[in-house]
Design a protein around this ligand. Structure first.
Ligand code: ADP
Ligand code: ASP
Ligand code: MG
Length: 406
């Protein structure tokens, strides 16, 4: 069976007119004799609206009800797509995750797909049907609805491609592919023809919203090749694949940035073993993810300053936890929201020295101060004032010759 999985994001199904266009794309694969499996997200803005409502009902809205609520947008989009295909003479129907079922494990709001029953869908495909499957949702072993994290329809599509052994998995979105940086932020961004899972994972985790990071981990583990392309323009997109399929590794493949980080500094912390652990333990217990960390060398051997970043949404919770933490003492607590993390990513960095220097020099030339640094084998991230994000992006994009990338 020649199966293709097509995933449509929120903007692609954002209006009735766009859904009609999506139905045409789906039909074009059917005409090429593919067994077509469709995964859809909710119409643009719907998930955000639902989340807003949950806050209005309660500032401590039940997580299991949250999943029922926020996954409902996908049901609406899927029935509209199926309805249009039926209108056009095709056999189609919506499939909600519990009807298949798609099983997940882990916690509410952030589950992972671990099993998909194939029987009913296979039968339906054999009958010539086009299943339109809700992305983002699943059920747990108690039969409750779960969701798999924001942007999770990408992971739904990849796991469906894995379980059904699909020949292709195509992510249809509102841009033509993965670019060297967000094309909506920088006009000079260039479409990348092919990118490795590792680089895509870093780009996504460091802020490129085009693919959900978990979905890339799933694709990499299961060796699922992905194509990201536009729902609106008929042009080839970006292939995400294993590193050995890429002949020409660039030093820097792309630049990502985040706008939702906050910086916390503890000034005058006792410089003795166990202090960092005492600060970070209660944060991790409360599922607060600490990202970049820097500790100053203590000048007098007694006191030091500790700086770290977290997601801005966790800021007030973090502040409370630190203030209530009796096991640490410090002189001053500084909180800074208006920071941005900018990262250059590329597997070519492994074999090319000097990328760090070029990045720092470029920022220095623009008089942009670096507040925190973190690196891995294939990326360098720095924390800067948020107001400098665009300036830094323009300069780094030029420095690493991404403006001229073919
Ligand atoms: P969908 O609704 O299809 O899932 P998303 O909004 O989640 O789409 O992701 C697409 C958006 O990702 C684009 O509109 C673009 O602004 C943003 N984006 C950020 N970084 C990149 C990048 N490097 N390449 C392409 N798009 C990017
Ligand atoms: N509708 C969900 C969200 O907005 C899932 C997705 O878009 O992939 O996060
Ligand atoms: Mg998305």
């Amino acid at each position: 069976m020649k199966i293709v999985v097509l995933k449509f994001g929120g903007t692609s199904v954002g209006t009735v007119k766009k859904i009609k266009k999506v139905a045409e794309i789906i039909a074009s694969y059917k005409r090429k004799n593919y067994k077509v499996m469709v995964v859809s997200s909710a119409m643009r803005g719907v998930t955000n609206e639902l989340i807003k409502k949950s806050f209005e009902i309660s500032d401590n809205f039940s997580v299991s009800e949250y999943d029922v609520l926020v996954s409902s947008g996908e049901q609406m989009a899927c029935s509209l797509i199926a309805g249009r295909l039926i209108h056009n003479g095709y056999k189609s129907r919506s499939w909600l995750s519990w009807q298949i079922p798609i099983f997940t494990d882990g916690i509410h709001k952030n589950s992972r797909i671990n099993q998909i029953r194939k029987k009913k869908i296979f039968e339906y495909l054999k009958e010539g049907g086009i299943p339109i499957i809700t992305g983002f949702q699943g059920i747990n072993n108690k039969g409750r609805i779960t969701t798999i994290g924001r942007g999770g329809s990408d992971a739904s599509a990849i796991m469906i491609a894995k379980f059904f052994n699909a020949e292709k998995c195509i992510i249809y979105t509102d841009v033509e592919g993965v670019y060297t940086t967000d094309p909506n932020k920088l006009k000079k961004a260039k479409k990348i023809k092919v990118i490795s899972y590792e680089e895509m994972l870093e780009m996504a985790s460091l802020g490129a919203k085009v693919m959900q990071p978990v979905s890339i981990q799933d694709a990499r583990l299961n060796r699922i090749d992905i194509e990201v392309r536009s729902s609106f323009v008929k042009k080839s997109g970006t292939f995400i694949t294993k590193r050995s399929n890429i002949i020409n590794n660039k030093i820097v493949t792309g630049i990502s940035f985040t706008q939702n980080d906050s910086k916390i500094s503890l000034i005058g912390v006792k410089d003795k073993p166990g202090v960092a652990a005492a600060i970070f333990k209660p944060l991790s217990k409360n599922l607060i993810n600490v990202d970049m960390v820097v500790q100053n060398i203590s000048a007098n051997g007694k006191e030091t300053d500790l700086t770290f970043t977290i997601k801005t949404e966790d800021l007030s919770k973090t502040k409370k936890i630190i203030k209530e933490n009796k096991s640490i003492r410090f002189r001053k607590l500084l909180l800074k929201k208006d920071v941005s993390k900018i990262s250059v990513i590329g597997v070519g960095m492994i074999s090319t020295p000097g990328v760090t220097f070029r990045m720092f020099q470029t920022l220095a030339n623009k008089k942009i101060n670096i507040q925190v640094i973190s690196t891995s084998e294939i990326k360098i991230s720095v924390l800067i004032d948020r107001k400098n994000t665009k300036k830094a992006l323009v300069a780094l994009h030029r420095e690493f010759k991404l403006d001229k990338r073919k």
